[in-house]
Design a protein around this ligand. Structure first.
Ligand code: NAD
Length: 351
């Protein structure tokens, strides 16, 4: 039984959904959320659960070895769910070393702390690493990524995540550290920082700004509602087999341009604008360097072995997401002020 659980990156997009689910569903667990509160971390994401007695927030950096060692000594964690990461591919192209530091070194420091503090008793312990399907590289028009697909990362982000996955399994094989990895497709939903495609498009459409789409919008991604990802993490954490990898995805592939057109239709409806208004904002911009053509996840193992399946159709999830952004304008305004403006102008306007 995992009683005290460290969740890293819990103030971020996916992490905040995982923290909320664990705090609400497992009142007998103590949940410690460790987050450095980078530009992507926001405690506003957790304001509904911050007073719960089984929840503690700790501000700190996973790359600070002495601090992480002390944290493990203080709390005697039974389980770790590791989500803290630099997560945006475009930023990794601008500053790869930051990704190597947090994603590779930070993960290794956590693994090492777990090994040191658990080594006399691995019973009931688990190190769960949350990773991405991007480690598998790019697909052609056919086929799916399975757990057997060879790693072939192509961006500094995916290379750093692939490397951290390898360290997790290296610690499992070398030191017998009980570890599990899941590799998930693109997530969407509430509390998503508006540098990523869907929240960026919602934000720009709402403000009548151009909606940048890379290249011709031909790239294909497999989209999963973030709360379904959080449920999958819960399932795998409690029922997954140690030493295994589980792919998580929604069998929900969309060409970027088709997704943006669908989103424009939803936005026209929600904002009571004449059909076609939002689509006029679509602006094709220079493609991302090394842009992977297609990702598609085969999540059969997770479904057959552990019974998980996505709960929402994409159209339904997209409407829920738009509704959340339109009724949480303050959240969006707060995260899009200041440093976001500098990032946005570097990425899309200074070319
Ligand atoms: P995010 O960028 O929204 O959140 C990352 C969180 O980690 C932030 O709260 C940030 O403050 C924190 N963080 C960053 N560096 C840190 C450090 N050095 N120490 C402590 N905390 C730090 O990311 P996300 O989209 O929620 O992704 C979470 C995890 O899931 C990542 O590991 C990512 O690789 C993985 N993932 C994401 C997706 C996706 O579609 N977003 C898909 C599959 C897997």
């Amino acid at each position: 039984m995992h009683n005290t659980i460290l969740i890293t990156g819990g103030a971020g997009f996916i992490g905040s959904h995982v923290v909320r689910l664990f705090v609400n569903n497992y009142p007998h667990y103590q949940i410690v959320n460790l987050d450095a509160l980078t530009y992507a971390g926001n405690l506003e994401n957790l304001k509904d659960i911050k007073e719960k007695s089984n929840y503690t927030f700790v501000k700190g950096d996973i790359t600070d070895e002495a601090f992480i060692d002390e944290l493990f000594a203080t709390y005697s964690f039974d389980g770790v769910i590791h989500l803290a990461a630099e997560s945006h591919v475009d930023r990794s192209i601008m500053d790869p070393l930051a990704f190597i530091k947090t994603n590779v070194l930070g993960t290794a420091i956590l693994l090492n702390a777990a090994r040191k503090y658990w080594k006399d008793n691995y019973e009931g312990k688990l190190f769960y690493h949350v990773s991405t399907d991007e480690v598998y590289g790019s697909l052609g028009e056919e086929g799916f990524f399975t757990e057997e697909t060879a790693y072939d990362p192509r961006s500094p982000y995916s290379a750093s995540k692939a490397s951290s996955d390898h360290f997790v399994m290296a610690y499992h094989h070398t030191y017998h550290l009980p570890a599990i990895i899941s590799n998930c497709s693109n997530n969407y939903g509430s509390h998503h920082f508006p540098e990523k495609l869907i929240p960026l498009a919602i934000h720009n459409i709402k403000n009548n700004k151009p909606v940048p789409v890379y290249g011709k919008g031909e790239n294909i991604r497999d989209w999963l509602f973030v709360e379904d990802h959080a449920r999958a993490i819960d399932t795998i954490f409690h029922k997954g087999r140690v030493g295994e990898t589980y792919n998580i995805g929604g069998f929900n592939e969309w060409k970027n341009i088709d997704l943006i057109n669908l989103l424009c239709m939803v936005m026209d409806k929600k904002l009571s604008r004449p059909p076609g208004t939002s689509a006029k904002l679509i602006t094709f911009v220079k493609d991302r360097a090394g842009h992977d053509l297609r990702y598609a996840i085969d999540a059969t193992k997770l479904n057959k072995e552990l019974g998980w399946e996505p709960s929402l159709q994409f159209e339904e999830g997209l409407e829920k997401t738009v509704d959340w952004y339109l009724s949480n304008e303050e959240w969006l305004e707060n995260v899009t002020s200041g440093v976001y403006q500098e990032y946005y102008s570097d990425q899309y306007q200074k070319r």
